[in-house]
Design a binder for this molecule. Sequence first.
Ligand SMILES: *Cc1c(COP(=O)(O)O)cnc(C)c1O
Length: 229
Amino acid sequence: MSITENYQKIRETIPEHVTIVVAAKQRTPNEITEVIKAGATDIGENYVQEGEKIYNTLSKEREKVRWHMIGHLQTNKINKALKIFDVIQTIDSLEMAQAIDKRVEHTDKKVIPVYIEINIGSEISKSGIKPDYKIIEKLAKSISELEHLRLEGLMTLGPIAGNPEQSRPYFREVRGFFEKIRGLNLPRIEMKTLSMGMTNSYKVAIEEGANMVRIGTAIFGVRGCKIFK
Ligand SMILES: *Cc1c(COP(=O)(O)O)cnc(C)c1O
């Protein structure tokens, strides 16, 4: 099936309130243009440099979608990232949040929506904060004091491979964190997005309350064997 057919089929089978972020790492500008023409609303990139290259290559299509940073953001790439991305999903420390806050001031954005990344059930990913409610709450409260950041959600990877049922308890736990943070009604934060679930696990994630899924393989096919940076 084509990229267009894949995207539209997934779009039709999941509830309307669930946003699909198309995970576009290692994909070409043509592939990304096709998925935008097929109706994609949100694109996720893992690396600032790769995102920048794609963003600069696309012309008017790029204005039709929101751009999400879904990989670990290095401090020395924040300025570039702020030129491309509308949302940063991978905040995992106060230092990073403060570094972004300081740099947003010098852009034409007033505020950037961010999610806290929770590292749960994932052996290979080193990014994300510990799935410990007290730590998450402390970071959420600190972010709510930063003028140029607006906390809007939580993001998690969960286990990468294996039976999607293995992900269920982790997704459920993150949902619990999400509801608790939302219940705090902190000033300047607007907890509305729970970003979890990938090709292999998005159905389970939606059952467990995700309203944003990040999907690559099921749309574009299996990625090439290029070494991950
Ligand atoms: C690659 C990636 C995805 C999508 O993974 P697929 O299995 O290809 O759907 C989702 N989230 C993040 C952070 C990713 O890096």
